[in-house]
Write a protein that binds this ligand. Structure first.
Ligand code: ATP
Ligand code: MG
Length: 293
């Protein structure tokens, strides 16, 4: 079993014919049990911790991880588990909800652009500008609130948004911001099970929203919007990973492998110390040793 297969198996890059039905939400590759996945996930978490330390020290590359999914697919839990070993100083998580009045006064990439990770950091978007091609597409009335000049709202609007997103991601890549995108793909039945569970457990009640049921009724429309979005925005430089999400333990493992793999591809190293700096360190060592005595 080659672990890198977990990275390639679900990666979608440049595929205009991609079909969501090609990925089984209940897939667990060759893994039969949660135990094996957990061992690998622990290793992934440790590896990510080392890699992030170098990313931060080197201060050249940045990493942007984008998570999209239907409600209760496990975005929050996945982020929490995969990033559990990462130094909080080097990582920022942003959740994007329904846009505010101020945000609606700007172009659709404005609010997320402000939150892009600086060099040396990992930035996580829990939902993102992709909502502009998902929820806004499924509920066209949301577009009316965006105050776009009517002359610009044509049948090409979605294609134009895809183009603009691709251009942004190519620009980021060329500037040293590595982009990886995840769609946590679970089944409608599994969503039902998890929403019912939320209703049964008092400590999960806060997570339940009637809106989730409203969106659930539009499941088919959402799947179509997701498929279309992936077809148009899966690129070599910023691939989508369509991650089976009926089994949370498997989702977490796949995401962890993809993130580790992305960081490994950067061949990160701690900054080299110059001869002058080395001299300085030697002097500091001597000074400290004398003080100790
Ligand atoms: P939770 O797991 O807590 O439910 P969540 O990410 O679903 O997390 P919510 O507060 O439930 O957070 O809702 C976010 C809502 O905001 C989603 O329904 C999403 O579709 C909506 N949203 C996000 N971005 C936009 C946008 N650009 N335009 C309109 N709605 C948006
Ligand atoms: Mg929600």
């Amino acid at each position: 079993m080659k672990r890198t297969e977990l990275v390639t198996r679900y990666r979608i890059a440049e595929n205009k014919r991609f079909r969501l039905t090609d990925v089984d939400p209940a897939d667990t590759w060759k893994l039969k049990s949660k135990e094996q996945a957990q061992k690998w996930l622990e290793q992934g978490v440790a590896r990510l911790s080392e890699l992030q330390d170098k990313l931060y020290a080197q201060n050249q590359w940045a990493v942007l991880l984008i998570f999209q999914a239907m409600d209760a697919a496990g975005k929050d839990g996945t982020i929490k588990h995969v990033m559990s070993g990462v130094n909080p100083q080097g990582c920022e998580v942003y959740s994007f909800k329904s846009p505010s009045a101020e945000e609606l006064n700007h172009d659709f990439l404005w609010r997320t652009t402000k939150c892009l990770p600086e060099r040396g950091r990992i930035g996580i978007f829990n939902r993102s500008y992709y909502e502009e091609t998902l929820v806004v597409r499924v509920h066209p009335e949301l577009l009316d609130r965006q105050k776009l000049p009517p002359a610009l709202v044509t049948k090409d609007l979605w294609r134009e948004r895809f183009e603009d997103i691709n251009a942004l991601e190519r620009y980021l890549t060329r500037n040293g911001v590595i982009v990886r995108k995840f769609f946590l793909h679970f089944s409608k039945q599994e969503q039902q099970r998890r929403l019912l569970k939320r209703l049964e457990q008092p400590e999960k009640h806060w997570k339940f929203s009637l809106d989730d049921l409203r969106e659930r009724q539009k499941w088919g429309d959402y799947m179509q919007a997701y498929e279309n979005m992936i077809r148009h925005t899966a690129t070599d430089y910023a691939p989508w990973h369509v991650v089976p999400a009926d089994h949370k333990w498997f989702t977490r493992l796949v995401v962890s492998e993809v993130v580790v793999h992305a960081l490994e591809s950067l061949q990160l190293n701690y900054p080299k110390v110059s001869p002058a700096k080395r001299k300085e360190l030697a002097a500091a060592r001597t000074a400290l040793a004398i003080n100790k005595a």
